[in-house]
Design a protein around this ligand. Sequence first.
Ligand code: F6P
Length: 362
Amino acid sequence: MSKKRIGILTAGGDSPGLNAAIRAVGKACLGHHGFQVIGFRDGFRGLAENRSMALEGSQLSGILTQGGTLLGTSRDKPHRMLVNGQLADMTDAIARNYEENGLDGLVCLGGNGTQKNALRLANKGLNVIHLPKTIDNDVWGTDMTFGFDTALGIATEAIDRLHSTAHSHHRIIVVEIMGHHAGWLALGAGIAGGADVILLPEIPYAVESVAEAIRERSRNGKPFSIVAVAEGALSLEHHAALKAAVGKKKKVGAETELVLASRTLRLSEQLQKLTGLEARVTILGHLQRGGAPSAADRLLATRLGTAAADLVAVGVYGIMVAAVGEETQPVALEEVAGKIKTVPLEHEWIASARRVGTNFGD
Ligand code: F6P
């Protein structure tokens, strides 16, 4: 019987742990199962354009600790891909290249978008396995995604360092943390870093509530505060404006987009005005996705990647490999694709933060 041939691609935003996961899938396929492995470049675009690279021992060694992805990535979608300036459905091209490369299975490393694209290809008859990757930790059906723990450490250390300026200059430091739809990263780093205010996409905030919490701290002899704000957090006004725009099926106008884009700066100005304290903004951005993965992310990526190779060996496809407690479990893509794991309002992390006096703008 000929050796199984497995394709790997990384799609969506890069994140720490991607190379660790590529290494795990590759080494387990090659060394443990005797399969062949081929890497496709730049996400689904590389498969659509048939751009690949061999993944053998040499390419897989020394990458466990490397940030980013040796395959490259993109946010290109198989069914809506820009080709010669036009949006084209490249699903058939992908299926053709999958066949022409003699693939028995395709392992897609990515977040929510990748999960939906993996299901689309599974519905086209491709044997697909998805591994949950994102610093946002917002993939439904898995306890954790690789990338989150490393970003949590980076954002926490940033908050630790920002305390120096805050208490030296008696300032408000507003630190923007990644997480568009879900506030896991801002919540976790805010708690770990001891932020006085944490603003989440899940809890539209009242600026006055934030300002009063900061004024209260000043009255109690602490004329400085750290405000950890998720990039997707919205004030009550912005939340209402967005809902109204979406409600009327109107595209959010350029003016609203501009206001939304600069909302962290706007929040900082408002707080400065309302409290009389100087305010400064730090936007952590892609720092949170850079550099070597944490030990926990290397461990998680290795567990998920080797589990994917084992599932290929027994022909289980159309699934995400989920981390569930101490185990890994195959979860049907049709059950999870399209869902986003946001922070439940009653989550114990929120309750715990409130108990140490953290304000959530509500
Ligand atoms: O999905 C992960 C993420 O880092 C989000 O937290 C962030 O909003 C987004 O990617 C940024 O995307 P890009 O790297 O394409 O600017």
